[in-house]
Write a protein that binds this ligand. Sequence first.
Ligand code: HPA
Length: 283
Amino acid sequence: MKIKNLFQNNDSSLQKASKSIRKKGILDHNNPEIGIILGTGLGKEFLKEMNIIFSIDYQNIHGFVSSTVEAHAGKLHYGTIFDKYVIVMEGRFHYYEGWNMDQIVFPVRVLKKLGIQYLLISNAAGCMNLKWKKSELMLLTDHINLLPLNPLRGQNNHSLGPRFPDMSCPYSPQLNALLLKIASEKKIILREGVYICISGPSLETKAEYRFLRMVGGDAVGMSTVPEVIASVHMNLPCCAISVLTDECDPDNLQPVAIQDIIQAAAKAEGKLTELYLGLIEQL
Ligand code: HPA
């Protein structure tokens, strides 16, 4: 029995979205080489370094849903950094907003269609490794997906990738090695650890932090893993950096408000920007 292709999974939707973005002014020889996703509270510093050629609101792109979250602008920017063509998502879609997994990873698939060869991701995350401090950065070396759904669930689109993608090395060793080298040269503390993705939107209880730490997590957040799985599926090398926005000590847990998270992210944004600019320069 043939299962009907899900709306966003099919080539014609991806084609339609990429065509509508291209029409705004991407010439064939100026395909974006690098895609960047800016997470909660991150964007202003990075975008200052970019020569923006055009920007589009997500609501004006076929198949993109609109960001419903504070500190997620909901804009796609195309332009250059160090004479390299890049495409930047200012804001992303989360499972807790109610979108389905196809809607969440649709933009990453569109960016791949537009030609990107690397995907650089950022997010804000709670810090469960108590040797580390708020506003430090963590390079993801691995993850644990605790979302109730996988973005590849459903009929597989073989033109994107295989049915059962290997996940033994989801984060590009090449990109991670470059980032560690850049961090050391720039004297930026870059921790390495495991990110756990939970659905949210509620933050964790003390017992949940204990559990998440016990099973191997260094940081916890509500994003990134769907996009990483979609990248691995398409054989698109990716890396991700968490800005550690709050310390999640179950024995001394302080209440956190989203404003605190946004403030802590803003404080670390300069360092994150330096790392990703350094990486873009070298790719
Ligand atoms: N949990 C706890 N703290 C956080 C999170 C989260 O998902 N995201 C940012 N800080």
